[in-house]
Design a protein around this ligand. Structure first.
Ligand code: NDP
Ligand SMILES: Nc1nc(O)c(N)c(N[C@@H]2O[C@H](COP(=O)(O)O)[C@@H](O)[C@H]2O)n1
Length: 257
């Protein structure tokens, strides 16, 4: 559990091949989970208030992040019987399309409208100021308006910064600020589904309470997308349990305190 009430409980979960790849060459989305473990993922989705992904995944996979694989209590009423997690997208540059499935599904009443977490491009004063700062801000503002008009909510948090007068080394959002803001908005638990960079960030910053990894019995090869290479800090893990679901192995772990 988080040591205080200032952030939600975080479950990090993803599927990988036996050579620890989460996508194919060039980021091609792979169906790694078999039927049984994919259903487990949908059960886990319904157990969380929010489901968080990076914009890389949102743009690449155009996911739905809903609970459509759960058994239908009655025809056409399944969406009312299971809790839908709130889709949350980390998207500093607002690259999410206003016509993506997350927004489209919510408009059709078969999903909850996404929250898009972002930060306006910084206006740097002094030596590092750039002539096109205003233009960047205007374009970001136009994308924000388009997303909000389509039904998404854009939430602002601060980016990771070293010093306010320096151009940011990365456009990454501060995960601690993201989680704090989500908790303030009533999100008590969040399921983080990836992709690679988001997995790296949550693990490196030790912002994970439960880690649930599905391993499918396939090899992807060296051109696939992994997450291990970019892990800046390697947290120690405590083993909890293994389940065998169909042909897949699902391991539950937690970070050692
Ligand atoms: N097998 C599985 O279970 C899963 C596989 N995937 C796969 O993962 C791939 C996508 O991974 P990837 O390209 O790494 O993209 P991610 O989904 O990890 O998104 C990364 C982007 O999120 C934004 N971001 C903002 N703040 C942060 C932060 N603190 N840490 C990390 N990212 C942040 C950045 O956007 P910006 O670049 O605009 O600054 C960054 O580039 C796809 O191929 C997808 O199919 C995805 C989920 C699950
Ligand atoms: N658990 C799991 N197994 C796989 O094989 C996967 N490819 C993923 N991917 C994640 O699920 C998202 C797709 O969700 P929808 O089916 O569109 O609801 C995808 O974007 C990844 O986050 N997960």
């Amino acid at each position: 559990m988080p040591s205080d009430n200032t952030r939600p409980y975080v479950t990090l979960t993803f599927a990988q091949s036996i050579d620890a790849k989460i996508a194919g060459a060039g980021g091609r989305q792979l169906s790694l989970s078999g039927e049984e473990s994919m259903k487990m993922t949908h059960w886990m989705r319904t157990m969380h208030d929010g489901i968080l992904i990076g914009v890389g995944t949102a743009v690449n996979d155009n996911p739905q992040l809903n609970v459509r694989l759960l058994p239908f209590p009655a025809q056409n009423t399944h969406f009312r019987h299971y809790h839908h997690p709130r889709p949350i997208v980390l998207d500093p540059h607002l690259r999410l399309s206003p016509t993506c499935k997350l927004i489209d599904n919510a408009a059709k009443g078969v999903g909850v409208a996404p929250w898009v977490i972002s930060a306006p491009p910084p206006k740097i004063e002094g030596f590092f100021a750039s002539e096109d700062d205003d233009e960047k801000l205007q374009r970001w503002g136009a994308r924000r308006d388009a997303l909000q008009a389509a039904g998404a909510t854009v939430i602002l948090v601060e980016p990771e910064t070293i010093h306010p007068d320096l151009p940011p080394a990365t456009s990454n959002l501060s995960l601690r600020a993201v989680l704090r803001s989500l908790r303030e908005k009533g999100i008590r638990s969040v399921m983080v589904e990836g992709g690679a960079r988001v997995i790296q960030s949550f693990l490196s910053e030790r912002l994970v309470d439960a880690l649930i990894v599905t391993t499918a019995p396939v090899l992807v090869g060296r051109d696939g997308v992994g997450y291990g290479e970019g892990l800046e800090q390697i947290p120690s893990l405590e083993y909890i349990q293994t389940e065998f679901l169909g042909r897949d192995t699902v391991v539950a772990l937690k970070l050692s305190s």
